[in-house]
Design a protein around this ligand. Structure first.
Ligand SMILES: *Cc1c(COP(=O)(O)O)cnc(C)c1O
Length: 459
């Protein structure tokens, strides 16, 4: 249950059917092109879309906008030390800025970087520095049998080292929770194992801590050893094995923008710290603000502390589970158990009549908007061309934003889509216009509905 009430109201509206149809058409059947004021329940992403608390808004008034030595930086530094246990931080404008700072200092041409699963921007920054990102999840990660499906398979990391040589692996990464693997959690035992492998390889151990609070909550619920601990204690424990952190404040920082690199105060990391500092100044800003306004540093300092409060995190993860349950009760095929920030729907199973080349995930995303002005995002063959990913649609819940009635609306919208499916009224889609970079296709490509009988064999 929510342990807060609303004080600031942000009106939303459900456009009528005609408007929804014309929005879809104008958007080229790509929901990134919709006007957000024509979206009723927006589950596009949980990144930077949450609601700040009165304490965060109050703290913003004390923002110290000094270029150097800002008191707001000091408050953020203290918060990171208390909540995450790291002494040195380099603020950045958001998570990918922090990735650029750290991975540019760590990764060189010809390197290999293992991770449980690389998030898109992480993959891109490793590759941009000449490295090869290598995903090492367990082969049966999404079988539904693992309590910690997000874990890294350390044997795959050892095998990679045998193949390419330990000296080609400058860092071992671990992403908590495993965003690209349905937001599944990682156990503290696995964090410990990853630390050991990093030591064997003489590699820096980096934790992507974007959803560290959600991960800590799952650990407390599922890992016997931690059943009696507070989420705040588990949060620190799981991070205590890392040399460095990358953080996006837009996730468990409970702010709309911001991020940072954190480094342990260990002489062995002094060189890395010096290199990262240089890059921070070059790309983000002076080391006491790094692309953030003083007021934004203040909001994140408070947000990090709120993220590990029991009442907040239980409600947060519980809401995601409830949405998953509500959809499963209506025979919607969802990934179980649900992760920390989103519900993933298998669109190929939900719309079996639509073949992969007609983008069943994108068809479902369009139907959710058409029937209920609900916005999700496709993460299947439309977003990731030339991979054999499952046809997933992700419904991410913004933090502290929607209530039970909104979840009910989403579930009812799925019922209406199912009715249209059963009546044979849902079409697949074809791309009419796409950008040059295939990796960026789902942000800007345009499509059109196509009835199977219209399709021709010749091009
Ligand atoms: C969001 C995210 C990032 C990048 O953060 P931005 O603030 O979006 O730049 C990196 N890693 C993970 C796991 C994320 O979820």
């Amino acid at each position: 249950m929510r342990a807060y009430k609303s004080k600031v109201v942000s009106p939303i509206r459900l456009p009528d059917r005609d408007e929804r149809e014309s929005q879809l058409e104008r958007a080229g059947y790509n929901v990134f092109n919709l006007d957000s004021d024509a979206v009723f329940v927006d589950l596009l992403t949980d990144s930077g879309t949450g609601t700040m608390s009165e304490s965060q808004w109050a703290a913003m008034m004390s923002g110290d906008e000094a270029y150097a030595g800002s008191a707001s930086f000091e408050r953020l530094r203290e918060s990171v030390a208390d909540v995450m246990g790291f002494e040195r931080i380099l603020p950045a404008h958001q998570g990918r800025g922090a990735e650029n700072v750290l991975y540019g200092a760590l990764v060189e041409d010809g390197d290999y970087v293992p991770n449980n699963t690389h998030f898109d921007t992480t993959r891109a920054h490793i590759a941009n520095n000449g490295g090869e990102p290598v995903d090492c999840p367990h082969d049966d990660a999404l079988s539904g049998d693992r309590e910690f499906a997000g874990d890294i398979d350390v044997e795959q990391v050892r095998a990679l080292a045998d193949e390419v040589g330990a000296d080609r692996i400058p860092a071992v990464l671990l992403t908590l929770t495993n965003n690209s693997l349905a937001g599944q959690p990682v156990s503290v035992e696995n964090v410990h194992e990853a630390r050991k492998v990093a030591d064997e390889l003489d590699a820096t151990f980096v934790v992507d801590a974007c959803r560290f609070a959600e991960n800590a909550y799952f650990v407390r619920e599922r890992e016997a050893e931690f059943a009696d601990r507070s989420v705040a204690e588990v949060a620190r424990e799981q991070l205590s094995y890392a040399d460095a952190l990358v953080m996006s404040g837009k996730k468990d920082g409970l702010v709309n923008v911001g991020g940072f690199v954190a480094l342990r105060d260990d002489p062995a990391l002094d060189d890395l710290h010096a290199k990262a500092r240089e890059r921070a100044i070059l790309y983000e800003g002076f080391t006491t603000y790094g692309g953030m306004a003083g007021r934004d540093l203040e909001a994140m300092a408070v947000g990090l502390r709120e993220a590990v409060e029991e009442s907040y995190i239980a409600d947060r993860v519980g809401q995601v589970q409830r949405l998953g349950d509500m959809l499963a009760e209506r025979d919607v095929p969802v990934q179980r158990p649900t992760g920390g920030h989103a519900v993933y729907v298998n669109a190929a199973e939900f719309l079996p009549e639509i073949p992969a080349e007609r983008f069943p995930g994108q068809a479902l995303v369009c139907e959710l908007y058409r029937e209920g002005a609900v916005r999700g995002v496709e993460l299947g063959s439309f977003a990731f061309p030339d991979t054999d990913r499952p046809e997933l649609v992700r419904l991410s819940l913004p933090r502290r934003t929607y209530g039970a009635d909104h979840l009910e609306h989403v579930a009812e919208t799925f019922e209406k889509v199912a009715e249209r499916r059963d009546a044979g009224e849902i079409s697949g889609l074809e791309i009419t216009d796409e950008p040059e970079m295939a990796e960026l296709r789902h942000f800007s490509a345009e499509l059109r509905p196509v009835r199977e009988q219209e399709t021709t064999t010749a091009d």
